[in-house]
Design a protein around this ligand. Sequence first.
Ligand code: ADP
Ligand code: MG
Length: 198
Amino acid sequence: MTIAHFPSAKTLESFDFRFQPSADHKLVKELATARFISQAENVLILGPPGVGKTHLAIGLGRAAVEAGHTVLFVSATALIAHLSKAEGEGRLGEQLGFYAKPKLLVIDELGYLPFEKRSAHLFFQLVARRYERGSILLTTNQSVGQWGTVFGDDVLAAAILDRLLHHSHTLLIQGESYRLKQKSAGLMGRENPERAPA
Ligand SMILES: Nc1ncnc2c1ncn2[C@@H]1O[C@H](COP(=O)(O)OP(=O)(O)O)[C@@H](O)[C@H]1O
Ligand SMILES: [Mg+2]
C-alpha cells in the first residue's frame, strides 16, 4: 500500500452506490477481484467532477494490492511532469521503465489540463509500452470524443485510445457531484444529508 502512493484512504466499502446508481456495482465487484490485471486489461472511469472517479480508482487500486499485485497511483499531471523532466535529463527510458513496471498503473484525472504535443507523445509512449503487458486504470472528466482536444492531436489521440480500449472495461458515471450534495446539505443547515429519493 505504501509504494502504491494512494493520495487518500478511500475504500470500495465506503462508496455509496445508492447515491450513484449509474456506477455499475456489478462491474466494480468484478474489477475488485483483480482478474482484469491478470489479463493485462485496462479500466476507464469516465464522468464529470465529484462523482467518485478518484474514490473508485483508489478503492480498486487497494483491492489489487490486496490481491497481491503491484500498483502505482499517479495523477496525469504528475506523470507527464515526471516524463518530461526525465526526457530533458536524458533518462526517459529509465522513467518509462519505472511507470511500466507495476502490474497496475492508476492514472488519475486526465483531461483537466490539455497536453502539449510533446507531452501527448510521451503519454503515447507509455501506453504503447504497457499495451498487453500491464493494466492501466484511467480516470477522466472528458468523453473519449474530446480526447483529440485533450491531447492536442486527433491522430495521436486515436492511437492512444486504440491501445487503451482494445482490452478494456468502461465505467461511465453520470450522476450528481457528491461534493456538491454535501455542500448544499450544509448550506441548508443539515449535518447529515439525506439520501436522494430513489
Ligand atoms: N458515491 C459516493 N459514496 C461515498 N463518497 C463519495 C461518493 N462519491 C464521491 N464521494 C466522495 O466525494 C468526494 C469527491 O469524490 P472524487 O472521487 O474525488 O470525485 P471525482 O474524482 O469524480 O472528481 C470524495 O471525498 C469522495 O470520497
Ligand atoms: Mg478525481
